[in-house]
Design a protein around this ligand. Structure first.
Ligand code: MV4
Length: 466
């Protein structure tokens, strides 16, 4: 096992990794930017090194600075968390060349899955269902028109180097397709330095289902069932749950086996997640693979009892998976996560940084809070607005929702604006309670609220006093 790990991240995930290390008897090094000097991860780690100024490009994305910190503190390994350098194959290679273990998959696996168009082709060749569309990058408008005619509108243009919804464009007709192609290619070139785009048939109301995988370097690979991440807004997940109310055991097994196939095709090791879109007819399609630990990994830990971060560290240290047989992976009860962001849901989710004066995290049976926030902590404007994750675990979905509602009521974060109020709305929404949410859930819910408000405003005074 490693004796010391550098955590190349901040916020709640840095804490999560430090906690795993502490329990495993591994020492930790935190890295931090100048304004993060007072952050919880700096205090909880055994050592801490300042790596640069506030902008991520100068600190958490600054490879020379992070490698220097690793060499000065003489660590055996680096855990990248999520975001920042976690899916940077070049960084993984540099770690390797410095004899520092990168806690994640191989540079080859990261690179293969990082090109979303290549990943789609890899999945197809491995026999994993993909959405009808292009095999290679779309060269010009004639090619785009031809393929769209074949698969029929609506279609979606995606950037090969994109992922997570970045650089996507939905087109309902030929005119839109031609103009969208030009801008999509240009935007992809500017944003990712790679203008390659591909086209898929656009699925109108899918569910977003992802399969968590673990693979060691001894040939063992298991899936830890699915998470339902259909509740998103502008490609930011708000609520996730495991298992999915839309997946039965037969489908779970099919999706799990297809996820394993896709991962095996690139020689995948460590923790990873295969994303699928699930149609109302029960058909599912590979969309991409995330080669890192994800924000929502905790709900899978709650239903399986498997500590994914500890498994990541053990795998990187060359140990075998703690559970190596698929039928020994538990699925107990139901877990839900609400992401608590410093955003104002009543003002288009605009960021709401600032000092937290009052803070009280919920507790009690079935509640887990992963957060770096505390009373007196200042939410910084430079980074991601997520200040914590509220996770609950119940015997079934109904119980999990009840625990979540109770926990949301207990949670106090003042005076900054947070997403807690919208989570309360989601938990009581009949569509959510029936488990019938699709990726358009939040837009529809907010549409309903607007019409409610309009109705109230338009209604004569007597309607209220009656
Ligand atoms: C799609 C799609 C419909 N059809 N692909 C968004 C995130 C990225 N990983 C893939 N995404 C989508 N790809 C086809 N062919 C719809 C989405 C999508 C979506 C997916 C999951 C959750 C929320 C979403 C919101 C809008 C669009």
């Amino acid at each position: 096992m490693f004796s010391k790990i550098l955590v190349a991240n901040r916020g709640e995930i840095a804490l999560r990794i430090i906690r795993a290390c502490r329990e495993m008897g591994v020492r930790t090094v935190a890295v931090y930017s100048v304004p993060d000097a007072n952050s919880a991860h700096v205090h909880l780690a055994d050592e801490a090194v300042c790596i640069g100024n506030a902008p991520s490009s100068q600190s958490y994305l600054n490879i020379p600075s992070i490698i220097s910190a690793a060499e000065i503190t003489d660590v055996d390994a680096i855990h990248p968390g999520y975001g920042f350098l976690s899916e940077n194959a070049h960084f993984a290679e540099i770690c390797e060349s410095c004899q520092i273990k990168f806690i994640g998959p191989s540079p080859h696996a990261i690179r293969s899955m990082g090109d979303k168009m290549a990943a789609r082709e890899t999945a197809r060749k491995a026999g994993v269902p993909i959405i009808p569309g292009t095999k290679e990058a779309v060269k010009d408008k004639d090619e785009a028109l031809k393929i769209a005619k074949k698969i029929k509108y609506p279609v979606i243009i995606k950037a090969a180097a994109g992922g997570g919804g970045r650089g996507m464009r939905v087109c309902h007709n030929e005119v839109r397709l031609v103009s969208a192609l030009m801008t999509a290619q240009h935007e992809a070139e500017v944003a990712f330095g790679n203008g390659a785009v591909y086209i898929e048939k656009y699925l109108e109301r899918p569910k977003h289902i992802e399969i968590q995988l673990l693979a060691d370097n001894h040939g063992h690979m298991i899936y830890l069932h699915e998470r339902d991440c259909s509740i998103q807004r502008r490609h930011q997940k708000l609520v996730e749950e495991a298992p999915s109310p839309a997946v039965d055991w037969k489908l779970r097994r099919k999706m799990g086996e297809m996820a394993l196939r896709a991962a095996k095709a690139v020689g995948y090791t460590n923790a990873g997640t295969v994303e699928f879109l699930l149609n109302e007819d029960g058909q599912f399609y590979f969309i991409e693979m995330n080669t890192r630990v994800q924000v929502e990994h905790g709900i899978t830990e709650l239903i399986t009892g498997i500590d994914i971060v500890k498994e990541q560290i053990r795998i990187a240290a060359g140990e075998k998976l703690s559970i190596r047989k698929q039928d020994q992976v538990p699925l107990i009860g139901h877990a839900i996560e609400c992401r608590i962001n410093a955003e104002d849901p009543t003002n288009n989710f605009s960021p709401s940084p600032g000092k937290i004066e009052r803070y009280n995290a919920p507790g009690g049976p079935g509640v887990r809070v992963d957060s770096h926030a505390y009373a007196g902590y200042t939410v910084l404007p430079y980074y991601d607005s997520m200040i914590g994750k509220l996770m609950v675990h119940g015997r079934n979905r109904g119980e999990a929702i009840a625990i979540m509602q109770r926990a949301l009521e207990e949670f106090i974060i003042e005076p900054i604006k947070t997403t807690i109020p919208i989570h309360k709305e989601i938990m009581k929404h009949p569509v959510f309670r029936r488990g019938q949410m699709f990726t358009d859930f939040i837009d529809r819910m907010q549409g309903e609220q607007r019409t409610d408000k309009d109705k109230l405003a338009a209604e004569p005074q007597e309607a209220k006093t009656k």
